[in-house]
Ligand binder design. Structure first.
Ligand code: PEP
Length: 255
């Protein structure tokens, strides 16, 4: 089985304004200079205001959210066209923090994903069950529902157009990383879903990331799994050395 090229994405959440982001970007670009290209795609997703400090640096940038209308009376929002104008290539949609604190629903996730694709930006669609849903044994149903709704009516031209991030809510920011097997079981379900939804050729090449307390010590066990194609990393992505050591570990495996 040919695995898609790995993707490592850092979700900075509400951290690092423009000055700090620029310094991080300078250091990351300088230290990535020594890493052979093409082995791994790297995405950094800062707050909106820090995006310009990070674009065109040899790694990709991602936004953490988007609004689905192009323009209009929507105070506080940012459109996919505006992100495109900045050179942003990826955008997280449906992160559990947005679902929990900002009223994100599967319907709005779907509208956002469609508007991103229409502007040539790759959605990183986050799905994942809460602790009580896992306890009740309904985690596969929960994730399947989120995928079904989030991808409703969505077509893609290339497997690289879309990325799925499996992020069990109980693992985010808690230090309770899923075991590689727990993650793989879900990734396999997601893979089957994608193959049915987009056809086997495309579905088997869409990248499925794992997210939730990933660090430099647990990344390799996760990446050993057949259907784990990278990681969405929160806390640890704020630390340049740790973020780079994760990238380096993956580059070494791809040789
Ligand atoms: C996230 O917020 O997407 C995430 C995975 O966070 P952390 O790595 O800190 O658990």
């Amino acid at each position: 089985m040919v695995k898609p090229r790995p993707l490592i994405a850092g979700n900075w959440k509400l951290n690092k304004g423009p000055a700090e982001a620029r310094a991080f970007g300078d250091a990351l670009a300088a230290r990535l200079g020594g890493i052979p290209g093409g082995k791994v795609d790297i995405v950094v997703a800062p707050p909106f205001v820090s995006l310009p400090a990070l674009t065109a640096r040899g790694f990709f940038t991602g936004a953490q959210d988007v609004y689905w209308e192009d323009k209009g009376a929507f105070t506080g929002e940012v459109s996919a066209a505006m992100l495109r104008e900045l050179g942003v290539e990826y955008c997280i949609v449906g992160h559990s923090e947005r679902r929990q604190f900002f009223g994100e629903t599967d319907r709005t996730v779907n509208l956002k994903a469609a508007s991103l694709l229409a502007k040539g930006i790759r959605p990183v669609l986050c799905v994942g069950e809460r602790a009580e849903e896992r306890k009740a044994g309904i985690m596969f149903n929960v994730v399947q529902f989120q995928l079904n709704a989030g991808l409703f009516d969505i077509g893609i031209k290339d497997p690289g157009d879309i990325v799925i991030a499996y992020e069990p809510v109980w693992a985010i920011g808690t230090g309770n990383v899923a075991t590689p097997q727990q993650a793989e079981d879900m990734h396999e379900e997601i893979r089957r879903f994608l193959e049915k939804r987009f056809g086997v050729d495309t579905g088997c090449r869409i990248r499925i990331l794992y997210g939730g307390s990933v660090n430099e010590n647990n990344i390799e066990g996760l990446m050993d799994m057949d259907h784990i194609n990278g990681a969405l990393i929160g806390g640890v992505s704020l630390d340049l050395d740790k973020f780079l050591s994760i990238i380096n570990l993956i580059v070494k495996r791809e040789k």
